[in-house]
Design a protein around this ligand. Structure first.
Ligand code: PDD
Length: 286
């Protein structure tokens, strides 16, 4: 089945899909995006992802490219046309195509690209059973990381640094030694008293959709969640640590900067959160 992408009003072959060289996303990273998980034929938490897309667009004064209901139809169509049962769907909106100028262009339509990609749930489960290693890096990003902008160069560099160090994620750490979030995920620990701890999403991190849904999962499992900062030192001494994102769900962190977390194996709580999320999340048939 050939891959199909949606680009500004057309469904095109993925290999030929292109935007104009003067798209502001390409020239200025002047755009935002969302990644939704597709699991067992359902788009997971699409409503929350579109709410956050709306927030990102509003914060940057970028117009919706199409009506929200139309975007829902396009997302489902792209997932269907690519035969994605498990995987992800990517939505990107930029301020549009205009002759290069820093100022917002007038009367220019926003650009919309939607793609979908198959995943490998068996491989993802295997990875969850092994856990991942993280390194810590100083925060180098701008202040508005609450906006899901396509400007991800510090994240790219941090994640590459993690890979070069034999790890799978990098945690950004603020000047006080407190963990902010990962290059493409939120960061969590579980204390010795089985309390889930994650940094408040008011400022300095992205309010992850998986993070929000995990609050509900935790409640269902009778687990307490505390929104507060935690240091790298506290994370290294925690009972468990894990990351969350649409592409990883909850994924145990078994090593931080070369130091094992607890016994260096995935913890049972992160694994049970992972198992329960699908049931709790909103599910839209693709
Ligand atoms: N990233 N923090 C950052 C910096 C992220 O890039 C992401 C998601 C998250 C988790 O958000 P959510 O739970 O809504 O996926 C937190 C996506 C998956 C990506 O860029 O591919």
């Amino acid at each position: 089945m050939p891959r199909i992408a949606y680009v500004n009003g057309s469904y095109v072959a993925h290999r030929d899909a292109a935007v104009h060289i003067e798209d502001r996303g390409y020239q200025f990273a002047d755009g935002v995006y969302e990644v939704c998980e597709v699991a067992r034929g359902f788009i997971v938490d699409m409503g929350r992802h579109l709410d956050r897309l709306n927030r990102s667009l509003t914060e940057l004064s970028i117009d919706w490219p199409v009506h929200r209901r139309v975007l829902q139809i396009i997302i489902r169509e792209v997932v269907q046309r690519n035969g994605v049962h498990d995987g992800l769907v990517y939505v990107q909106v930029t301020r549009g195509v205009a002759s290069r100028d820093f100022l917002f262009p007038e009367d220019v339509a926003s650009s919309l690209v939607v793609t979908a990609r198959k995943g490998n749930p068996a491989l993802a489960d295997k990875r969850a059973a092994t856990g991942i290693k993280v390194i810590t890096v100083p925060e180098t990003r701008w202040d508005r990381v609450d906006i899901k902008s396509v400007g991800l160069l510090p994240n790219v560099l941090a994640k590459q640094k993690a890979k070069d160090a034999g790890a799978q994620e990098a945690w950004f750490v603020d000047a006080e030694g407190m963990v902010k979030e990962g290059g493409s995920s939120n960061a969590w620990i579980i204390t010795r008293d089985n309390v889930l701890v994650t940094r408040p999403a008011v400022h300095g991190i992205l309010r992850g959709i998986t993070r929000t849904t995990l609050f509900e999962v935790a409640e269902k499992l009778g687990l307490k969640v505390e929104e507060r900062g935690f240091s790298v030192k506290e994370a290294k001494a925690a009972r468990e640590a894990f990351i969350s994102s649409a592409t990883t769900i909850s994924l145990s962190v078994v090593e931080i900067d070369g130091q094992p977390v607890a016994d260096g194996k995935p913890g049972s709580i992160a694994l049970s959160l992972r198992k329960a999320l699908f049931d709790v999340a909103e599910k839209t048939p693709a």
